[in-house]
Design a protein around this ligand. Structure first.
Ligand code: PLP
Length: 383
């Protein structure tokens, strides 16, 4: 790989940072499936590799590209987004304190609740749209991690990363940003002062609903980052070589996919914004969205493909509308090329703070008119 850091993110993604295999000239990296690596007659390792849980040649190009596009010093891939989330929280000691949004990805919050109950780690949840609430939630000297997600799933509130970083740093904490929904195509969280950025690579980075994976990118080499890498090796939440290979392949089209999904989402959001059959459309690209001003500053290349419809009616009405769709696939997850619709409260379970009339949409890259028509006909069939 040559240093192409002055080129645009589109170019770097498409060319996997100008990857060319040094041995063969191949432009896609080889797949090394070996779990173990031999030593020579003097008992020295032949390469940098010893055992694939510790280090794996199939991760190298992927991690290099991920670090590069997010502007970090190093990236590490994990077996899933949640494996990466857990590795971060594994570095919090008992007696310390963590702050996170009240509405956020439910899996991360479920894990936080679990460790706070079992390991005497303090947990404060704040209203994502309210920075003063974050200021009040941090405990200087005690808070170890401020975890934010932006836009927040599934209200798509936008959190000002620079402001959150200042608040975290003044309290002596680090800021970790779950950037799954924004992707480095539109927001590079480290540029705004985050210390670590997290992506569920299952979503936009891979983009084809066929790999589960997670990525962490660090702004610097420090003790905590060393600890996170150590946790990955010892807890073994490592990405398989083939998954790493597929993920890198998916990432080559990330900017194209993200751009098209953003365009589709904005068109659909605008189309239904004033529709009397809906209570509200939540999308950070709409001027009516409370986070729009911050989004304009912080999401520099599209508002992404995620939006929510608040329907008029209850959970049953929302599920009926989802049931009426013909093109949208009724499924959880997001960031794939195919458009998905889901009744969010149904999947989150009893802790869910999500309104019962909320339908979450992940816009794909299909023909937008056909997607709009699909929602039109599903709304027509309820009333
Ligand atoms: C999916 C998701 C996760 C968890 O990632 P997995 O790859 O499913 O383990 C975390 N945060 C957000 C915002 C997500 O959408």
């Amino acid at each position: 790989m040559t240093d192409n850091s002055e080129t645009s993110i589109e170019t770097r993604l498409a060319q996997a940072c100008h990857y060319i295999d040094e041995v063969t000239g191949g432009i896609s990296p080889p797949l090394q499936m070996s779990t173990t690596y031999s030593r020579d007659a003097d008992y020295e390792y032949i390469s940098d590799y010893s055992y694939s849980r510790s280090n794996n040649p199939s991760w190298q190009v992927l991690e290099k590209v991920c670090a590069d596009i997010d502007g970090g010093v190093e990236a590490k891939c994990f077996a899933s987004g949640m494996a990466a989330v857990c590795a971060v929280f594994e570095t919090v000691n008992s007696g310390e304190h963590v702050v996170a949004p009240r509405i956020m990805y439910h899996g991360s919050q479920d894990w936080l609740r679990r460790i706070s109950e079992r390991r005497s780690i303090g947990l404060s949840l704040f209203e994502a749209s309210d920075l003063d609430a974050l200021r009040e939630a941090v405990q200087p000297g005690k808070t170890s991690i401020v975890w934010i997600e932006t836009p927040v799933n599934p209200t798509w509130d936008v959190i000002d990363i620079s402001a959150a970083a200042d608040i975290a740093h003044q309290a002596g904490a680090i800021l970790v940003v779950d950037a799954t929904v924004s992707s480095p195509v539109t927001t590079r969280a480290l540029d705004y002062g985050a210390d670590i950025v997290f992506h569920s690579a299952t979503k936009y980075l891979n983009g084809h609903s066929d790999v589960v994976g997670g990525i962490l990118v660090s702004a610097r080499q420090d003790e905590r980052w060393e600890d996170i890498k150590w946790v990955r090796t010892l807890t073994g939440g490592v990405l398989g070589p083939f998954e790493a290979w597929l993920l890198l392949r998916g990432m080559r089209t990330l900017s194209l996919r993200f751009e098209k999904a953003s365009q589709n989402a904005l068109r659909l959001a605008r189309h239904f914004e004033d529709d009397p059959r809906l209570e509200r459309v939540l999308y950070p690209g709409l001027e009516s969205h409370p986070g729009h001003e911050i989004a304009r500053r912080q999401m520099t290349n599209g508002y992404g493909g995620m939006l929510s419809l608040l329907v008029r009616g209850d959970a049953a009405t929302a599920r009926q509308i989802a049931g009426n769709t013909r093109l949208f696939v009724r499924a959880t997850s997001l960031g794939g090329v195919e458009s998905l619709i889901e009744h969010r409260a149904s999947i989150e379970g009893p802790h869910s703070a999500v309104p019962p009339n909320l339908l979450r949409i992940s816009m794909g890259i299909e023909n937008c008119e056909e997607l709009i028509e699909d929602i039109e006909q599903s709304l027509d069939r309820v009333n």
